[in-house]
Write a protein that binds this ligand. Structure first.
Ligand code: HAM
Length: 440
């Protein structure tokens, strides 16, 4: 209906705004600066050790995770986002972790049969867990894998690399390392039988839960909190004490490599991890500063996964860092990151607008960020936006400045007078201490 008919435009029905899916978070620009700082540091550290980036799809055949992670794990039993492809009917799953997809890709492209490969990827993972601080349904990982390496030297290399990243980020003091060996499959079978025998000898001490689990999952009894069972649990046979000579030598090799590198660690015989593909080395980096969700990175060796997924035998080791947990840790340590521009250019009038845009280009030529005000408005309202942008300087270009090819430079973050400088000297006039400052 045309507006000159005199009747008011028909009111649109009010629409309720939609919200993000529970447990899946937006990362807004103010917070994103810290994410970028973490991402930059991780990329740089991985590159120092020769790890190269690879990317695999976020959706894979469900069977990949069932076979790779294990049918009886929490992740596969309860937490996967699984759906049928509408056309093919194939069952697909949003990746709950990256290792299975990377191994699938390595087998598909014969990536590491000629020579071993060090790779990493970054991206979102999906698990239908109950959301709480540090635990989300879409979360992000840095996932790092060394494919085709059998010795404990590469296990140690990855741990040393993580220690460097923690130092780089300034959080080394708040995170401790726990390691364990869960041996090879036959050692785990023998240990399981020993465990059941031990618990059966103390059947009268077992609570109802433990009796139920005795044959299905005796390892879980070790996690029991029942006070009257603790002494008996403490005496239960420990897998780490019963490793065969090869697993033992592997573990000792790792421990001495870590000691040689000056990395402190504790051996935690209870550390088993929640995914079924591991053997021998498992490790976690844990902090006390995040409450219940204190594991910021975890990983280990998975020498049998290639074969389980149809590939040739290929020993491998890897880990993943939980990005959201690292961000919480960094925020708790008072870390900040600013991506504010060096200059915000305010202007009024056509000639001033042209000069403002060319000034901004010359600032960018020198490697600094500059924002040119868009959308008009008074100088006063433009200056408010300059301030809100976090810029270190406002550059003011009016008709007079445009005619004289000069610009007024006003410091916004430190004391100092506004002063007029020739347009071609504007970069020098702002003399930042270091070009990196703008992105730190
Ligand atoms: P993961 O222990 O399941 O291992 O996850 C690694 C890290 O991801 C955890 O330590 C934690 O920081 C983070 N994380 C896990 N679930 C969530 C969640 N729901 N919300 C927020 N953060 C979470 C793996 O995923 C293995 N693929 C690691 C690996 C690589 N092993 C060998 N290679």
């Amino acid at each position: 209906m045309s507006s000159d008919s005199g009747s008011p435009p028909a009111a649109r029905p009010k629409v309720a705004p939609l919200q993000a899916v529970r447990g899946m978070n937006d990362v807004l620009p103010d917070e994103s600066a810290l994410w970028q700082r973490l991402e930059d540091a991780a990329r740089a550290v991985f590159a120092l050790y020769g790890y190269r980036n690879l990317r695999v799809p976020m959706v894979e055949p469900t069977a990949l995770f069932v076979r790779g992670i294990g049918e009886h794990t929490d992740v596969v039993e309860k937490e996967m986002y699984t759906f049928d492809d509408r056309l093919s009917g194939e069952s697909l799953t949003l990746r709950p972790e990256a290792t299975a997809g990377i191994v699938r890709a390595a087998i598909e492209h014969s990536l590491c049969y000629e020579r071993p490969q060090r790779v990493w990827l970054a991206g979102p993972m999906f698990r239908h867990e109950r959301p709480q601080k540090g635990r989300y349904r879409q979360f992000h990982q840095f996932d790092v894998e060394a494919l085709g390496f059998a010795g404990p030297d590469v296990d140690a290399e990855q741990i040393v690399m993580l220690a460097r990243l923690w130092r780089e980020l300034g959080v080394a003091d708040g995170i401790r390392l726990a390691i364990n060996s869960i041996g090879d499959a036959h050692e785990r079978r023998a240990h399981r039988a020993d465990l059941i025998a031990h618990f059966e000898r103390h059947h009268d001490l077992l609570d109802e839960d433990a009796r139920r689990r005795l044959h299905a999952n005796p390892l879980r009894i070790l996690d029991s909190k029942t006070p009257s069972m603790q002494a008996m649990i403490a005496e239960a046979p420990r897998l780490i004490d019963r490793l065969g000579p090869e697993s033992r030598a592997h573990f000792d090799g790792l421990a001495s490599a870590l000691a040689g590198a000056g990395i402190a660690f504790e051996v935690d015989p209870r550390l088993v991890r929640g995914l079924d593909y591991y053997n021998r080395t498992v490790f976690e980096w844990v902090t006390d500063r995040l409450g219940a969700q204190g594991t910021v990175a975890g990983g280990g060796r998975y020498d049998g996964l290639f074969e389980a997924l149809g590939g040739k035998p290929t020993p491998a080791c890897g880990f993943a860092i939980g990005v959201e947990r690292m961000i919480l840790l960094l925020q708790g340590a008072g870390a900040t990151a600013a991506d504010a521009p060096l200059a915000y250019v305010v202007h009024s009038g056509d000639a001033a607008g042209t000069l403002a845009r060319s000034l901004a280009e010359s600032i960018r030529d020198a490697g600094h960020a500059a924002i040119v005000h868009a959308g008009g408005g008074s100088f006063k309202s433009q200056m408010k936006k300059a301030d809100a942008s976090g810029a270190r300087y406002a550059l003011i270009v009016g008709e007079d400045e445009a005619a004289a090819r000069s610009v007024s430079v006003k410091p916004l973050r430190e004391p100092g007078e506004q002063r007029a400088v020739p347009a071609r000297e504007v970069v020098d006039a702002m003399t930042p201490a270091s070009p990196m400052r703008a992105t730190e």
